[in-house]
Design a protein. Structure first.
Length: 376
């Protein structure tokens, strides 16, 4: 295990800036997640750290050592790609043993090798497949074997590129928990890349959000969830996506969708008379008669669509001509056509700067401070 320091990393492919000046550091034993959409530059960043692409600018330090000019093999990192690299003629057990037999890891005795393989294959749920050949495995099993090949090998840093992407939702959730415990057990430094926000929130000690080759925000899962730096980060976290609505400011009050409220004193609204509000679908409460505590943005609308999603229901509610997506408990299901009252506690109303269509804008704050009991 080791620390990792990335400074000013840049990589262009022709005119495309795949990585455009990225800086971050990962602590010893930390599980650090890079979250970003397709094409954001996640894989290129990992490859730059591993030494698999030649970067244009920037430095990578592992355990305090500058890696410039050092071959991938000598960086002592282990990288797992989304596509699985397995020896087709070797069994799962042989595939897993081979990284432990290479010269660099020769210090492991046969019994230590067996123990490592047993621990990793149990964690990944492939211990019953040891005698199979790769062609006799499902895609998900092959992906877990490829991940196993990376995890059995002792390395300073594990670089994992969407290693769970071929698994079904249930298995992904189970593997997330297992991976987290494996990381904690072996205290390894891990850099994990994903486009799945749930994976990022579940696994990351910290999350870095990447957009078009640049880091937009780095923080703990709670920080990026509660105080997203801008509308891009707010949208990247949460499914269904956060609702972003336009609002007007006048005489210290914010008006939107036929309603208005007075925001908390520490919100700086000196920037103009328009803002955007971010309302997370899971934080909009459907008023079923009970009155929640504290001040809230209160809205009235009509349910246009009600779609059941397991234990929850996703509602599309027309509020003053704007569709809001709301997630509610399914047993309280309002019907399509029903008039509903909606309530968002002010500390959960995110206020962003105004902007044009498709423009991402910075967060100015919450409409009220978080209640002391919820603040961490
Ligand atoms: N070898 C290459 N040649 C040319 N362009 C490339 C190459 N590799 C990546 N790119 C471009 O660089 C950008 C970043 O790609 P990268 O693979 O790092 O993104 P990513 O975030 O990992 O995406 P995904 O989630 O789809 O894997 C993209 O616009 C991509 O098309």
């Amino acid at each position: 295990m080791a620390t990792l320091q990335v400074r000013g990393l840049r990589k262009h492919y022709g005119k495309t800036a795949a990585v455009d000046g990225v800086d971050f550091s990962v602590g010893d034993g930390e599980f650090f997640v890079i979250l970003g959409p397709s094409g954001a530059g996640k894989t290129t960043t990992l490859k730059g750290i591993a030494g698999l692409v030649e970067t244009d600018e920037g430095t990578v330090e592992i355990a305090g050592r500058d890696m410039t000019g050092i071959e991938p093999y000598h960086r002592n990192v282990a990288m797992a790609f989304e596509s699985y690299a397995l020896y087709p003629q070797r069994t799962v057990a042989q595939n897993l043993a081979s990284p432990l037999r290479s010269g660099r890891t020769g210090r492991y005795s046969e019994s230590e090798q067996r123990d490592r393989i047993a621990a990793v294959t149990q964690t990944l749920g492939i211990d019953h497949l040891l005698e199979r050949l790769p062609r006799e495995l499902s895609n998900g099993q092959r992906q877990r074997t490829a991940l196993g090949r990376v995890l059995v090998r002792p390395a300073d840093i594990y670089l994992l590129d969407e290693p769970l992407s071929h698994l079904d939702a249930k298995l992904r959730a189970a593997m997330r928990a297992e991976l987290k415990s494996l990381g904690q057990m072996s205290d390894t430094t891990t850099l994990y890349v994903t486009h799945d926000y749930q994976e990022a929130l579940a696994l990351g000690d910290r999350i870095a959000v990447l957009r078009s080759g640049r880091l937009v925000q780095i923080g703990s899962p709670a920080e990026v969830w509660r105080t997203p730096a801008d509308t891009f980060v707010a949208k990247a976290l949460g499914q269904p996506e956060i609702n972003i609505v336009d609002a007007e400011v006048s005489d210290g009050r914010i008006s939107t969708l036929g309603s208005s409220f007075t925001p908390g004193a520490d919100l700086d609204l000196g920037r103009g008379d328009r803002v955007r509000l971010g309302l997370r679908p899971s934080e909009i409460q459907v008023d079923h008669g009970e009155q929640g505590p504290g001040e809230a943005l209160e809205l009235t609308g009509r349910v246009r669509l009600a779609e059941r999603l397991g234990r929850q229901i996703e509602l599309t509610v027309d509020v003053a001509g704007t569709d809001l997506i709301v997630v509610d408990a399914a047993e309280l299901r309002p019907a399509e056509g029903d008039q509903v009252r909606l309530r968002v506690p002010l500390h959960q109303v995110h206020v962003f700067a105004a902007g044009g269509d498709g423009e991402e804008t910075e967060r100015l704050g919450a409409a009220a401070p978080r209640p002391a009991k919820e603040a961490r």
